[in-house]
Design a protein around this ligand. Structure first.
Ligand code: MRU
Length: 365
């Protein structure tokens, strides 16, 4: 995405050839800060404390963490320790494990002396692949938006609701849920996006809205509880969200609150789509409710809200009384039966075991 007159990915290799530069998302939309991270511990902190976030970007960042490890100590034992350290940072997004496994499996097959070079090459490939996957999702999702636009009067707006940030900032570029929206806007389809603010960390208000401003896409920021009301009034044509892990049976785990949007969408006959690259499918898991670990984050994220004061300071304010305990489950599971379709790089799948295997026949058996 362009910021000012420069195109940025969310992560890239620093000019020293070993560290990575990342956009530190904690400060957006108020401040655009780039951080250089040059150790495995630093990468673990950046993922855990959400300097970077979003399932695909977490995976790419962790891949570079494994690459950094090979420079210090490329032995099997050291790689296993780095794998564990990075894996425990965020338990829900499956792209993290996918990328760590990709790296470890490749590196184990090589002599120690060849590991560093191969690690950086593979991490860069995973980043490039993410962009290609998102391009595919964009093309396939665009077909759906086109079909909705075709049923409307010429020039009538297609209203899309999204939750959290499954945009450029959650990936290396383009985003998953946003990729079809950006393509539709670019080809002149009048799209308008309802952006859920996405409490407690406000990824919608802070990140998705910022992306929409940058792309010039008309949008309206709404509180998380407004979606059902808007759907009842016919103001939403479709929902598109991302996912942190989708099971082989098509259950969708995504940012807390996604399930309620899916329920409201079903009750109001609004199509509910999930955009995902194939590394987000956990083929080892069927029942999302029983089998996906849900990250429980600090209650401080609920009690304390970040914002920019009138004097320009980026600061936290407390919104609940001292002494109140806050719970903070970060994700929920939307059962496959509530999902209209899974928009992948290969096409749009029915949210079911059969649907997914039709698109990914190599997973049969
Ligand atoms: O806690 P976050 O900000 O990492 O959660 C991100 C999401 O829930 C996204 O919707 C998901 O990772 C898909 S991103 C393409």
């Amino acid at each position: 995405m362009n910021v000012g007159d420069r195109h940025y990915r969310t992560i890239w290799l620093n000019e020293d050839g070993r560290s990575v530069d990342i956009i530190d998302q904690r400060w957006l939309p108020h401040d655009f800060r780039i951080e250089t991270v040059g150790t495995v511990d630093g990468i673990a902190t950046a993922i855990r404390d959400m300097w970077v976030r979003g399932a695909p970007l977490i995976g790419v960042t962790a891949a570079y963490g494994m690459a950094l490890q090979t420079l210090d100590d490329p032995s099997d034992e050291a790689l296993d320790a780095a794998w564990e350290k990075l894996h425990e940072t965020r338990p829900t997004a499956i792209n993290l494990r996918w990328a760590l496994d990709e790296m470890r499996n490749l590196l184990r097959s090589l002599p120690n002396g060849e590991r560093a070079k191969a690690a950086y090459k593979r991490a860069a490939e995973i980043a490039d692949e993410d962009i290609e996957l998102n391009r595919g999702i964009g093309r396939n999702g665009l077909e759906i938006i086109r079909a909705i636009a075709a049923k409307k009067k010429p020039g009538e707006t297609v209203n899309i609701l999204t939750h959290c940030n499954a945009g450029w900032l959650a990936t290396v570029d383009y985003g998953t849920a946003t990729a079809p929206i950006y393509l539709a806007a670019a080809e002149g389809i009048p799209v308008h996006v309802y952006v859920d603010e996405t409490r407690p960390r406000n990824q919608g208000a802070q990140l998705t809205a910022w992306e929409m401003v940058g792309h010039g896409v008309p949008h309206t920021l709404i509180v998380d509880n407004a979606g059902g009301h808007l759907m009842q009034r016919g103001a939403v044509d479709m929902v598109i969200v991302g996912t942190d892990r989708t099971t082989a049976d098509g259950d969708v785990c995504n940012k807390i609150g996604t399930y309620l949007k899916a329920l409201a969408a079903r009750d109001n006959d609004v199509p509910f789509y999930v955009a995902l690259p194939s590394p987000t499918i956990d083929w080892t898991v069927g029942d999302g409710l029983k089998e996906i670990p849900i990250e429980e984050r600090s209650g401080d994220e609920v009690s304390l809200v970040w914002g920019k004061t009138a004097s320009g300071e980026i600061a936290q304010v407390r919104v609940s009384p001292e002494g109140t305990t806050a719970g903070n489950p970060a994700f929920d599971v939307t059962p496959a039966r509530l999902v209209t379709g899974l928009i992948t790089e290969r096409g749009v799948a029915k949210a079911s075991r059969e649907g997914l295997r039709e698109l990914f026949p190599e997973r049969r058996g």
